[in-house]
Write a protein that binds this ligand. Structure first.
Ligand code: IDP
Ligand code: MG
Length: 154
């Protein structure tokens, strides 16, 4: 495998409430990505500010913090070849209205402020590592091989 990496993914409170956790996990599993960490948790206001720090001061920021802290989220770490980029592609565009059918946001969302899923941005260097560290301790991440790994990669 070349470019094996880990990326941070989170089913947002709307996705949890709408019963989409299983469907979303299935998509990543079936793609061949490996789940190495998972935490069903409620985000504090402080963590929300840290996680979305880059958006502080923007008009939608307060609403975003309110939304992301409004209910539990499913925080996860997925590993695989080029995982950060692949997950972003599977998520679709930030605005579900612009997301292609077949993507998670394109299949399950309609509104920019309720877009079901977060994934580290591959365009933001090191965002995946930063976000994993923010949500997980090292001993909460598992090292193991999927049984199909030799058939997933050349
Ligand atoms: P991303 O989630 O695709 O990386 P970002 O631009 O980083 O998109 O924005 C973070 C999150 O903030 C989005 O997923 C969405 O939930 C929310 N958001 C971004 N822009 C807007 C907006 O204009 N109105 C409401 N919410 C927004
Ligand atoms: Mg982003």
């Amino acid at each position: 495998m070349s470019d094996a990496e880990r990326t941070f993914v989170m089913v947002k409170p709307d996705g949890v409430q709408r019963g989409l956790i299983g469907e979303i996990i299935s998509r990543f599993e079936e793609r061949g990505l490996k789940l190495v960490g998972a935490k069903f948790t409620q985000i504090s206001e402080e963590l929300a500010h840290e996680h979305y720090g880059e958006h502080e001061g923007k008009p939608f920021f307060d609403g975003l913090v309110e939304f992301i802290t409004a209910g539990p989220v499913m925080a996860m770490v997925w590993e695989g070849q080029d995982a950060t980029r692949q997950v972003r592609t599977m998520m679709g565009a930030t605005d579900p209205a612009e997301s292609a059918p077949g993507t998670i946001r394109g299949d399950f969302g309609l509104d920019l402020g309720r877009n079901v899923i977060h994934g580290s941005d591959h365009a933001d260097e090191g965002a995946n590592v930063r976000e994993i560290d923010l949500f997980f301790d090292e001993d909460e991440l598992q090292d193991y091989e999927r049984i199909d790994e030799t058939w997933l990669y050349e």
